[in-house]
Design a protein around this ligand. Sequence first.
Ligand SMILES: [Zn+2]
Length: 114
Amino acid sequence: MASGSSSSFSRSRSRSIPSSPPPVKCFHDEIAPLRTVKFHGPTRGKRFYGCPYWPRTCGYFKWADEVDEVKELQFMLFEKDTAISELQYEKECLEESVKKLKEKIRSLKMMSMS
Ligand SMILES: [Zn+2]
């Protein structure tokens, strides 16, 4: 990520992602705490996000590694987004310089004709 070279470039930062990704929330819209499976069985020790109002849970349940995967994808998406807007800016700059060069060529042609 090159920085500094584009001071005039103002990118919309209204949706602030993702240095700290949004917390996992249950269907109550409450932050779902990270828990660990305590029951004996094949999933013992596995981490998951669940409703904080356990045992009166709203039914929200998600394995932590699944959430991590989603977050990773969201981050990748954000990085792509950033790269795209940087490329768009670069393209605009290039178009601008092409325009200037064309004008220069035109004036040079005019000069050589006269
Ligand atoms: Zn809940």
